[in-house]
Write a protein of this length. Structure first.
Length: 58
């Protein structure tokens, strides 16, 4: 069964490292962050403070 995780601080540092690890194990990650960097993994769905909607980053 595929698991889904909701994470804060998922665009940088430890949060990004954990998101990458979860994604590598087949999980879906919904990340919440103040800013989105271009190097966020493609299957991470990031919600930023500048947008109220989610968008997959590729």
């Amino acid at each position: 069964m595929k698991k889904t995780f909701l994470m804060t601080g998922a665009s940088k540092g430890i949060g990004l490292a954990l998101a990458n690890r979860l994604l590598a194990h087949g999980a879906t990650v919904i990340g919440i962050a103040h800013h989105a960097d271009d190097d966020v993994p493609g299957s991470l769905h990031l919600v930023t403070s500048k947008s109220a909607s989610t968008r997959p980053l590729k």
